[in-house]
Write a protein that binds this ligand. Structure first.
Ligand SMILES: [Zn+2]
Length: 550
């Protein structure tokens, strides 16, 4: 187009005969200049300035060209040479639930058992007897030894107590909590669940998966609609401070969906959410006539979420070979092939994308088989089947994923944040875990994810972990799976948008896309890797509005 070099004065002259209102409408609302924009668009990888109108990117280019577009009502912001990235995308997390937990539970992310017991005792002192005392964010690999039933009984004898691991698949219960589900020394493990025992065979309080779910079902739900909305508001602030502008709510109930709508209506929702809806309410969604894609750019119905196994950080993923140091234990299978297939088929037929939690090789193998079967029985042109976490793979599994163009959604910060449990998997297996290199080399598009609360929603941690594969002691787990900084940035922006069918609308800084971006205090491209985790976000923009300013 020949107008590229036309300066603003010439444009004004040419439009002088047109009504002023028309001219005003054409002006950008905002020009951000003197920045270093990393666009994730190979056609224009770097730029110094952007012009924004109605929440979207109107133009991207040099300071001179963008400032030339500014009109009388255009706000100009000098970014002082700061590095700018597209807004980050946390493609699998539990923000709604974690916000509610922060409102109603005791945060147990402490490294001392005494400190945790003191917090629980304090909460019990203001909780009516018989009511539950609940802890969250606990990580048994970060205390000298795991919490026991005896610890919890001594600190809180008159209330049932359950402290959940930050991964959400295991909990640590006192005697009253075990009594609430009728569990005794003689109770066997139910299907899909597990009781830990001490050397004498007595229950030591640690419970996993189906047992934890049974216990949680006994706890009265005291959260109000307003509490749910306030939970979303809390996490909105956390996300905005980290530059995260999009997320998938990875197991959304109808109450979560309502909370998002309430938060949006109240003007306190500061990130775009794509809700992976809990399979237990599938019939209700089908009856309401909704399926994947329904909603708007802020709150959208996504895939149907199911579980095929347990957790990596809590050592219950369903593996092909036993854990190291846990006898012949190979993890926990969730659901049956029949139940997973039947729910998948029903959701697929109703027009839903599928997103299934599958960590170990055996869970991934099972779900791939189901996805392949559905694509044979009722093919879709662009199915975008999701495998949530997809942690432990083999070359054969990756080849099948490639054939089906599956989207693996790996944990991004785990090698660093959960490095303290990787000895249960071992160095050999770590070469096939969180397999970003294998996925990208196969042409797949893995996004980034925290699974918050399971690990922190910290994009700079993700960059560090994926590019170095170092745990906090400096040990490297699976060096062969390292990816580059550019690949890691693409995973946490554009690949996240692709995983929700929204790559045309966000995930890179391109004309026409939402003006979602993060202004960084320092540039990882020019800082040493060991400094990355201390890089903070200065400002976050969502749809052309600042939602965070440090
Ligand atoms: Zn999850």
């Amino acid at each position: 187009m020949s107008t590229i070099h036309v300066n603003r004065r010439e444009v004004v002259k040419a439009l002088a005969v047109m009504p002023l209102a028309r001219l005003g409408r054409a002006d950008p609302d905002l020009v951000l200049h003197n920045g270093r924009f990393y666009t994730v668009n190979p056609a224009q990888p770097e730029a110094s300035a952007v012009a924004i109108r109605d929440g979207r990117l109107l133009a991207i280019g040099s300071n001179r060209d963008m400032l030339a577009l500014a009109g009388r009502r255009t706000q100009r912001v000098d970014l002082g040479g700061r590095r700018v990235f597209p807004g980050f995308n946390d493609a699998h997390a539990h923000p709604g639930e974690s916000g509610l937990q922060q409102l109603m539970m005791v945060a147990c992310d402490q490294t001392s058992i005494d400190a945790i017991l003191a917090l629980l005792r304090q909460r019990a002192s203001v909780t009516p007897p018989g009511h539950w005392v609940r802890g969250f964010l606990y990580d048994d690999a970060k205390t000298p030894r795991p919490l026991t039933r005896a610890d919890l009984d001594s600190a809180v004898p008159a209330h049932p107590v359950i402290v959940t691991h930050r991964g959400g698949h295991t909990g640590f219960a006192n005697s009253l909590a075990l009594a609430a589900i009728g569990a005794t020394r003689a109770t066997p493990d139910p299907p899909g669940g597990h009781f830990d025992r001490d050397a004498n065979g007595d229950l030591n309080g640690r419970v996993a998966d189906a047992v934890l779910e049974a216990m949680e079902a006994k706890i009265p739900d005291e959260a109000t609609r307003d509490d749910h909305r306030r939970g979303v508001e809390l996490i909105s602030k956390l996300y905005a401070s980290r530059g995260i502008t999009s997320s998938c709510e990875a197991d959304a109930t109808p109450a979560d969906l309502q909370a998002y709508q309430d938060a949006r209506d109240a003007g306190v929702l500061r990130y775009r959410t794509y809700c992976l809806m809990d399979v237990n309410s599938l019939d209700r969604y089908i009856a309401a006539g909704v399926h994947t894609g329904f909603g708007d750019a802020m709150v959208r119905i996504g895939a149907i979420k199911q579980f095929a196994d347990g957790s990596i950080s809590e050592r219950t993923a369903w593996l092909a070979e036993p854990y190291i140091g846990l006898g012949d234990f190979t993890g926990i299978e969730s659901g049956t092939r029949e139940s997973l297939y039947e729910n998948s088929r029903k959701a697929w037929k109703a027009g839903f994308q599928l997103a299934t939690h599958a960590n170990g090789e055996r869970a991934i193998e099972r779900m791939l088989g189901i996805y392949e079967q559905l694509q044979r029985e009722a093919p879709r042109r662009d199915p975008r089947f999701r495998l949530e976490h997809c942690t432990v793979v083999t070359p054969q599994l990756v080849a099948r994923m490639k054939a089906l163009k599956v989207i693996p959604v790996p944990f991004s910060g785990y090698v660093n944040f959960h490095g303290d449990v990787l000895h249960y998997y071992g160095d050999e297996r770590a070469q096939r875990m969180f397999a970003y290199r294998s996925f990208i080399d196969a042409g797949l598009r893995p996004p980034a994810s925290s699974d918050y609360t399971a690990s922190p929603p910290a994009p700079m941690l993700w960059l560090y972990s994926e590019t170095t594969r170092k745990d906090p002691t400096g040990h490297v787990w699976g060096e062969n799976q390292r990816i580059t900084l550019a690949e890691a940035l693409r995973s946490m922006t554009l690949n996240g948008a692709y995983a929700t069918f929204e790559e045309h609308d966000k995930g890179s800084l391109e004309v026409g896309k939402w003006a979602d971006l993060a202004v960084m205090a320092a540039d990882p491209f020019t800082r040493s890797v060991e400094e990355w985790q201390s890089i903070t976000v200065e400002r976050t923009m969502l749809g052309g509005q600042w939602v965070y300013e440090s």
